[in-house]
Design a protein around this ligand. Structure first.
Ligand code: CUA
Length: 333
């Protein structure tokens, strides 16, 4: 963004230097051997050139030291690349604790971002600098891929499933968002801008007219509008299991297996409730496939997440965003 000619995008996250160092190492190794082989090919072509059409080359019977060398050296280099790349991979795929959570939906041809406090934006994303952000997302139609080149992070948006990625932006500024999976006519137009802001500016932006309550509050309204609350009674006396203090724990299923109650399981239970019925309950719940869109599902998931007694029930919905937002202001003092 800063210069006219750039080989690689600007580094704007904590992950970017890690990815680039590995990338340059691999380029360096391949360039070294590519150039070495080219030079040797030319050198030998000149050295062993002959004008005698009937000349016969010297018989070659093999060389154990040579064969060991060209096996062991590349092996060691690949082990270095593997170990190094695994380290970077784990850093890319394991978000730290206490991330700022954002939901997103990809659809032809836009990215819709949903903040927990209720604010939503299309093809634009505002985040604070110096704070890990985790984006959980899915697609409403076909495969897309959410790509932040300057943060060096990318993941496919897959219909019917939640993906997530995380980044910790290091520089205030505006950076590209791309769709990195061909998704139809206007794939190339499925782009956006991520605005990295000072924590104070981010706070000011967040407080500027959200409307409609937090995401969890919207989920709570849906929960009663869709009559979920008639079966999922808080004290566990309903026809469906209580959802209080369930998120993040494990549940025993009717088929004997155990499932982690995460975003994907809650989403699946709303859309395909017969798939994983909780032990001790009948498969009575109707499917909500086609009745609620992905954004409403996200609101419901966020509501279930907010039902933790440690957070004080539904009021916690507002708090999930608040401490997260208050923290960076202190960190930067
Ligand atoms: Cu969405 Cu390409």
């Amino acid at each position: 963004m800063s210069s006219l000619f750039q080989i690689i995008p600007e580094q704007a996250s904590t992950l970017a230097p890690q990815v680039d160092q590995l990338y340059w190492f691999i380029i360096g190794v391949t360039a070294f051997f590519g150039i070495l082989v080219s030079i040797v090919v030319v050198y030998f072509a000149v050295k062993y050139r002959t004008n005698d059409p009937l000349a016969v080359g010297a018989p070659i019977t093999g060389s154990i030291p040579l064969e060991l060398a060209w096996s062991i050296i590349p092996f060691l280099i690949s082990v270095v690349i593997f170990a190094w790349a695994s380290q970077v991979f784990f850093n890319l795929y394991r978000p730290p604790d206490q991330t700022l959570e954002i939901y997103a939906t990809g659809k032809r041809w836009m990215w819709k971002f949903q903040h927990l406090d209720g604010k939503a934006e299309i093809n634009e994303l505002h985040v604070p600098v110096g704070r890990p952000v985790k984006v959980t997302f899915t697609s409403e139609d076909v495969l897309h891929s959410l790509y932040f080149p300057s943060f060096r992070t990318k993941a496919d948006a897959i219909p019917g499933r939640y993906s997530s990625l995380w980044f910790d932006a290091t520089k205030v500024g505006s950076y590209h968002i791309f769709c990195a999976e061909y998704c139809g006519t206007r794939h190339s137009g499925m782009i956006g801008t991520v605005h990295v802001m000072e924590p104070a500016d981010y706070q000011a932006w967040l407080s500027g007219g959200g409307g409609g309550g937090t995401l969890a509050q919207r989920g709570e309204r849906l929960f009663s509008d869709l009559a979920c609350n008639t079966c999922h009674v808080g004290d566990g006396s309903g026809r469906g299991p209580s959802l209080h203090n369930k998120f993040g724990t494990q549940e025993q299923l009717a088929n004997g297996s155990v499932v982690n109650i995460d975003e994907s399981y809650v989403r699946e239970s709303i859309l395909r409730p017969q798939m994983k019925v909780v032990a001790g309950f009948q498969p009575l719940m109707p499917t909500f496939q086609g009745l609620v869109n992905e954004e409403s599902v996200m609101a419901l998931v966020e509501y279930v997440k907010s039902l933790q007694s440690s957070r004080g029930g539904t009021e916690a919905a507002a708090n999930t965003a608040a401490p997260a937002a208050a923290a960076p202001a202190q960190e930067h003092r």
